[in-house]
Design a protein around this ligand. Structure first.
Ligand code: GLU
Length: 309
């Protein structure tokens, strides 16, 4: 995808890059620990096809938790509202993404929302397909369509690294299986989930996907409604209420853009009716959000009055 460099965005990147030194890269998935903490990139994709960018835009990264919004959209299209929300809730938890506590104390069989790992595992297990491979290929094709990039694949190195170390996610899955929320083999689900999280792209692709969510699921460039409007609306609502982990409230107040982050340092933003944003900055703050990425979004939101509230 062609993207023009923007002087204004370059200035924002220079300003935000100062924050990279205050965070640290995720290393609980060993392969993510090799990221360069100083990397920072942003792209903005407009519905008319224009794209502006700044920073290390050639760098690729894995979607990690950003993929949870996309799998949710696919599963809602596959199964419908009632089927999905019987099995996963709609409420933010205020807990870290991988916490198990509310599963036990609130509802063991229905994780509180699809953005925490417990909820995302239930969602991924609802993707339709006869095998892990078929389910993954459907999800990947959906991602490629939104990004308009058929070369997007996944990092087998990151997927393997997470598969080998996903002890907590296995624990969540076994807990859910005990309570009949999952009927799939846990190892097969881990295989699918770690591949989903390892889908790899650059921030230009991510901005284009954000643009589709921003435009209520429509791709104005292909003329296709890729996601039904009501499903795109549900996804954006989750991005606001739980997209930025247990910092979503503060993010909504200070920035006010539907966004979803991942532990690789990616953030996808969808400014309703206006444009999509893709950010990559692997140095994370305590909640797991890109340190400099948040600063970049703050600068964008303040300078261009982007808060939706
Ligand atoms: N693959 C990661 C996990 O489940 C995703 C976490 C994230 O990006 O928040 O641990």
């Amino acid at each position: 995808m062609q993207c023009r460099s923007s002087k204004e965005l370059n200035e924002f990147v220079m300003e935000a890059r100062k924050f990279t030194q205050h965070g640290k890269v995720a290393d609980y998935i060993p392969a993510l620990g090799r990221a360069d903490p100083d990397d920072l990139a942003i792209a903005i994709h407009y519905p008319d096809g224009q794209c502006v960018s700044a920073g290390d835009i050639q760098k690729t990264f894995t979607l990690q938790s950003i993929s949870k919004v996309i799998s949710l959209a696919l599963v809602l299209m596959d199964r419908g509202f009632d089927y999905v929300f019987k099995r996963v809730g709609m409420e933010p938890t205020g807990d870290p993404f991988n916490s198990i506590i509310k599963l036990e104390t609130v509802n063991p069989a229905r994780p509180l929302n699809p953005m925490i790992n417990a909820g995302a595992l239930v969602v991924t297990h609802m993707i339709k397909g006869a095998s892990v491979e078929e389910k993954f290929q459907r999800l990947l094709a959906f991602v490629q369509e939104m990004a308009n990039d058929s070369t997007i694949g996944y990092s087998s190195e990151v997927a393997q690294s997470e598969f080998e170390t996903a002890h907590l996610n296995r624990a969540l899955a076994y807990f859910l299986k005990q309570h009949k929320s999952l009927d799939e083999d846990v190892e097969e689900l881990m295989n699918l989930y770690t591949k989903q999280c390892a889908i790899e792209m650059n921030c230009l692709d991510l901005a284009r996907i954000g643009m589709v969510f921003a435009m209520d699921g429509a791709d104005p460039l292909s003329g296709k409604q890729v996601i039904p409007i009501d499903i795109a609306r549900i996804c954006k609502t989750f991005m606001v209420t739980c997209g930025m982990y247990n910092a979503s409230g503060e993010f909504a107040i200070k920035i006010g853009i539907p966004a979803k982050s991942g532990v690789s340092g990616g953030i996808m933003g969808a400014v309703p009716g206006k444009f999509g944003i893709g950010i990559f900055g692997p140095s994370l703050n305590e909640q797991g959000n890109s340190m400099a990425g948040i600063r970049l979004l703050e600068l964008l939101s303040k300078n261009f009055h982007l808060s939706m509230f």
